[in-house]
Design a protein around this ligand. Structure first.
Ligand code: GFB
Length: 336
């Protein structure tokens, strides 16, 4: 049974001190934009060079100095299918360290509430679709991202354990696949949508006849714009305090083939798409059942077509048309 929440109640008001861990990443920067838009005045953020989240002493020191009331854990080592598959030790070690340090320091310094962000890859590879929260730990994980998934499952359990033993109001949210401003466009480590935007754009600019995409194109993915997730997180920080983690998706899925076709059209590339079957497909289907969240009254606002157009604008603004380096370096700690 869950223990009583003993922490002093404090409303999530514009005066609260709010720490967004990972504030320069895809999700963290979306949270920052939304908090600013909604008038929250005391936002705390630290870049990786200012605060190494892998270091327990530095993290605790930061919490002791700054005493945040509310904490969003949007910091993690993240990446697409290839990065997950080829850096298992980094994905497991760094994520466990980062989340342990943040969650434990929030407990020690009396944070009023913490929201931990996981990932839809926590569910079994062949879970029934759409995936309900209850399906956690009911079957084997997808091998390409099991390391990241195990770390994220440990993060959920950390929040639940600190609630039970210490009465902390720590909650967890499982987002679906995300995209949007400040995404990672590095082709080795990115997720599929930013990779497609960059590949098609560069092929258009260089006049290349074909673009190579990975796998069979058959897998289905649910893709949500990061600002929608940010709105969901603010909503949940205010309205949700249960031990049960909660899914956050938009409810629509698309095949990777159809996604590639959409991006090709939006970017304006007229050549062919070639599928490289030597690259992994990953999970065949990954659709979240977000009915719990929808029943609370939240719904997404950005449809895929609009979102891809916005993401392409972000790519054009942060990358040169000839594929030169981004104006701002992509941070290593971001989340998805
Ligand atoms: O987005 P993605 O890298 O990750 O790949 P996952 C999704 C699908 O797109 C896979 C295909 O079937 C890829 O093979 N794909 C096609 C491509 N072309 C490309 C390309 O150029 N680049 C990339 N990256 N993919 C991740 C997990 O899984 O999802 C993480 O590894 C995390 O742990 C994240 O959970 C949300 O959706 O397969």
């Amino acid at each position: 049974m869950e223990g009583a929440i003993r922490f002093r109640f404090m409303n999530f008001t514009p005066d609260a001190r709010i720490y967004v861990a990972g504030h320069r990443g895809l999700v963290g920067s979306a949270l920052w934009r939304e908090l600013t838009r909604q008038g929250y005045r005391h936002l705390l953020g630290r870049s990786r060079s200012e605060l190494d989240l892998v270091d327990p002493a530095r993290v605790l020191e930061f919490f002791e100095e700054q005493r945040p009331d509310f904490v969003f854990v949007a910091a993690a080592k993240v990446g697409g299918i290839h990065a997950n598959n080829t850096q298992p030790a980094s994905f497991l070690y760094e994520n466990l360290q980062i989340q342990n340090n943040l969650i434990h320091s929030a407990y020690l310094t009396g944070a009023r509430k913490l929201l931990f962000l996981g990932s839809s890859c926590i569910y079994p590879k062949l879970a029934p679709q759409p995936m309900k929260e209850e399906y956690l730990l009911t079957g084997p994980l997808e091998p390409t991202n099991q390391w990241y998934a195990i770390a994220k499952i440990a993060g959920i359990k950390m929040c639940q354990a600190y609630r039970r033993q210490h009465g902390c109001n720590f909650i967890s949210v499982m987002p679906t696949n995300l995209y949007g401003p400040n995404d990672n466009y590095d082709l080795e480590t990115s997720h599929v949508l930013p990779a497609l935007i960059r590949k098609f754009h560069e092929a258009k600019v260089k006049g290349t006849g074909e673009v190579v995409c990975w796998g069979s194109g058959g897998p289905l993915r649910e893709l949500m714009y990061a600002d929608d997730l940010a709105r969901a997180c603010l909503f949940l920080m205010e309205a949700y305090s249960e031990e049960q983690f909660i899914n956050a998706g938009c409810g629509d899925e698309i095949s990777i083939k159809d996604l590639a076709e959409h991006v090709r059209k939006i970017v304006g590339f007229q050549g062919d798409i070639v599928w490289d079957a030597s690259k992994p497909d990953g999970t065949p289907r990954k659709l979240l059942d977000s009915s719990r969240l929808f029943a609370l009254g939240w719904k997404p606002q950005v449809d895929l077509e609009t979102g891809i157009r916005l993401a392409y604008q972000d790519f054009l603004a942060s990358w040169g048309g000839d594929g030169r380096k981004p104006r701002t370096m992509q941070p290593s700690f971001a989340t998805q």
